[in-house]
Write a protein that binds this ligand. Structure first.
Ligand code: FES
Length: 82
């Protein structure tokens, strides 16, 4: 099981967390890995200084822009879910 958390705190919200969430949810459906990915939104993860939205994958912190969310899913999340 891959644990993915996307920050929906105010700073990350302004950087596009809604779009990151939409994209990752869509990719989970497209790749049919909903039983392998535990996906949730969290409040501020104290990583507001990144350029993108704070995302945690199995406890590992990442900073993901809305434009890069699809690539991020394919390269970082999907391999762990296979
Ligand atoms: S608001 Fe997202 S890490 Fe602080």
């Amino acid at each position: 099981m891959v644990e993915v958390s996307v920050c929906i705190g105010s700073s990350c919200h302004l950087k596009g967390s809604y779009n990151v969430i939409q994209t990752i949810q869509q990719m989970i459906e497209e790749e049919k890995v909903h039983d392998k990915v535990e996906f949730k939104a969290t409040l501020c993860m104290r990583q507001c200084s990144g350029n993108g939205v704070a995302v945690s994958v199995n406890g590992q912190p990442y900073s993901v822009s809305a434009d890069a969310a699809r690539d991020f899913f394919m390269t970082t999340i999907l391999p762990l879910a296979k």
